[in-house]
Ligand binder design. Structure first.
Ligand code: HEC
Ligand code: HEC
Length: 174
């Protein structure tokens, strides 16, 4: 009478191990087929200085992995009218930045989601992915002066510029 439950427990353990394995497989599968944006969108260590300087002149530096390559292409093609600002650079610098963004975001295979505002470039902060990740954050919190809007990730994710969005390190300022 004692053996049966033990066997059941052992059996359950084995099932869990197997389930664990099949999940790992599943993740790998997804990585190859589609793309799940990871919590850590690490910025490659060989990121060019021109990107770090020019693309953080007016706002925080956005990790390349946050948008798919085609969205970055669109951003870089339209810098002369960049959300109402002129962010154009000389063609050599623009090409260096574009080549970097396309290479560094290669793993992001999500489709480009156009901004809901007509004529505007795609936004990270308006994607369905962003909405899903922030279903617990109220509009009022994003609007706080200390936050400065949903695009200012770094207000709440302190290490956002190095690609760290782990929710264990999130802190919404008062
Ligand atoms: C002259 C100032 C300026 C420069 C330089 C600039 N930007 Fe911007 N950028 C803006 C403004 C203004 C917005 C819109 C901010 C808002 O409405 O919240 C913006 C928004 C963005 C967004 C969308 C953020 C969101 O809401 O998801 C991305 C992505 C972006 N910029 C990328 C870049 C890149 C890449 C570069 C470098 C090539 C760059 N920016 C350089 C002014 C600038
Ligand atoms: C008002 C503060 C705030 C701003 C601004 C903000 N976030 Fe967040 N973010 C949070 C909070 C809080 C959570 C976790 C709570 C939840 O699930 O709704 C979160 C969760 C996330 C997650 C999921 C992390 C995990 O461990 O699963 C990602 C990824 C993320 N944010 C990316 C961004 C990006 C990219 C931006 C800027 C374009 C941004 N966030 C702007 C507060 C913020």
């Amino acid at each position: 009478m004692k053996i049966a439950p033990l066997a059941a427990v052992a059996g359950l353990g084995l099932t869990l191990v197997l389930a664990g394995l099949s999940f790992a497989d599943d993740d790998d599968h997804h990585e190859r087929k589609g793309y799940k944006r990871p919590k850590r969108l690490a910025v490659p260590s060989d990121a060019p200085l021109v990107w770090k300087e020019e693309c953080a002149a007016c706002h925080m530096l956005y990790s390349p992995g946050l948008l798919p390559a085609d969205a970055w292409r669109e951003q870089m093609r339209t810098l002369g009218d960049h959300y109402g600002s002129n962010a154009a650079l000389d063609p050599v610098q623009e090409k260096e930045i574009l080549d970097f963004l396309v290479r560094a975001s290669a793993a992001n295979r999500l489709p480009v989601e156009p901004s809901p505002t007509v004529g505007e470039q795609p936004r990270i902060s308006q994607t369905r992915w962003f909405e899903r990740k922030h279903d617990e954050v109220s509009e009022a919190k994003f609007k706080r002066e200390s936050v400065g809007g949903r695009a200012n990730c770094v207000a709440c994710h302190r290490d956002a510029e190095s690609g760290d969005f782990d929710e264990d390190r999130v802190k919404i300022p008062r």
